[in-house]
Design a protein around this ligand. Structure first.
Ligand code: FES
Length: 161
């Protein structure tokens, strides 16, 4: 279930912690396995992470179900995590959420028909100075406008990572 490539990535995180505290790498391990599992974690994937880290399954499941950056059903290739907290809201996030929904023909939480995108409203991502903003993968996109969003989506549709 966990590829050798993913195991190497997880091992690098485990090495950052004192011996015997490999469970501290659980968040990154879940993220790595999620990325290899069509961007979501099912029960088997969560258990595989727990087994690999030699921690109880419930410990991995607690983390996987507590944080919103883990998905538990297919969500498409790119999750657009758009902030709608105070700074972003005051700088037009609601209008941009409506724009995204219209442009992609989805409501937040839905996956586009082509399986490329889903839009998720999230709380503050700590980039208030660049409001309004969203996150796709590990990348933050700040000071968003409709024009910027058009370019970002076009690049991703064209295969940009
Ligand atoms: S309020 Fe949007 S990043 Fe902080």
């Amino acid at each position: 279930m966990i590829s050798n490539k993913a195991k190497k990535q997880i091992d690098a995180w485990v090495a950052k912690y004192p011996t015997g505290n490999q469970g501290s790498a659980v968040m990154e391990a879940l993220k790595i396995v999620q990325a290899e599992n069509d961007n979501y974690l099912n029960a088997d994937a969560i258990q595989a992470v727990a087994d690999y880290l030699d921690i109880p399954g419930i410990a991995a499941a607690e983390v996987a179900t507590f944080y919103e950056n883990y998905n538990h059903k297919p969500v498409g290739k790119h999750t657009i995590r758009i902030c709608h907290n105070i700074s972003c809201m005051l700088n037009g996030a609601d209008d941009l959420i409506s724009y995204l929904e219209e442009k992609l023909n989805v409501k937040t939480g839905e996956v586009t028909k082509n399986g490329l995108f889903n839009v998720k409203k999230v709380e503050c991502l700590g980039a208030c100075v660049g409001a309004p903003m969203f996150q796709i993968g590990d990348q933050y996109y700040e000071n968003l406008t409709e024009k910027k969003i058009d370019k970002i989506l076009a690049d991703l549709k064209a295969g940009a990572e």
